[in-house]
Design a protein around this ligand. Structure first.
Ligand SMILES: [Zn+2]
Length: 133
């Protein structure tokens, strides 16, 4: 009986080792994706800030319609198309953000004042806080 116990233990050890190895592989591939798999060209990001905190970010070269829901239930729809960004829909009263139209650079952001929302393009090559210093 003791013999099988010992065998069980080594089996468990092997299983643990395999699981650890798998986990390490998974982690390595995640890191690989973060550093090398991310959009290569330019790397500009569309960043969505709510009262100063980053809510979401999307690659500028990835066309798509991205709904963003705020904590208070307000919904904004941000459209990325042909290297430009616009507020497609917003449930604010003044619709200034929707009327801003398409932005194509970080020169000025789309701002939705009633909801404290800012959508801006950030170039991937320079870190935002490097400019602030
Ligand atoms: Zn608005």
């Amino acid at each position: 009986m003791r013999k099988t116990d010992a065998k069980d233990k080594t089996d468990k050890k092997r299983a643990l080792l395999a699981a650890g190895l798998l986990a390490a592989l998974f982690l390595a591939s995640c890191i690989w994706i973060i550093f090398f798999g991310a959009p290569a060209s330019g790397g500009a990001l569309v960043c969505v800030y709510h009262e100063g905190t980053l809510l979401a970010s999307y690659p500028l070269e990835e066309d798509g319609i991205n709904p963003v829901e705020l904590e208070d239930g307000a919904v904004k729809v941000i459209e990325i198309k042909d290297g430009g960004v616009r507020m497609l829909e917003a449930d604010c009263d003044n619709q200034v953000c929707v009327q801003t139209g398409i932005i194509r650079s970080g020169a000025y952001p789309i701002v939705c004042l009633p909801h404290g929302l800012v959508v801006q393009i950030e170039e991937g090559d320079r870190a935002p806080d490097a400019m602030a210093r």
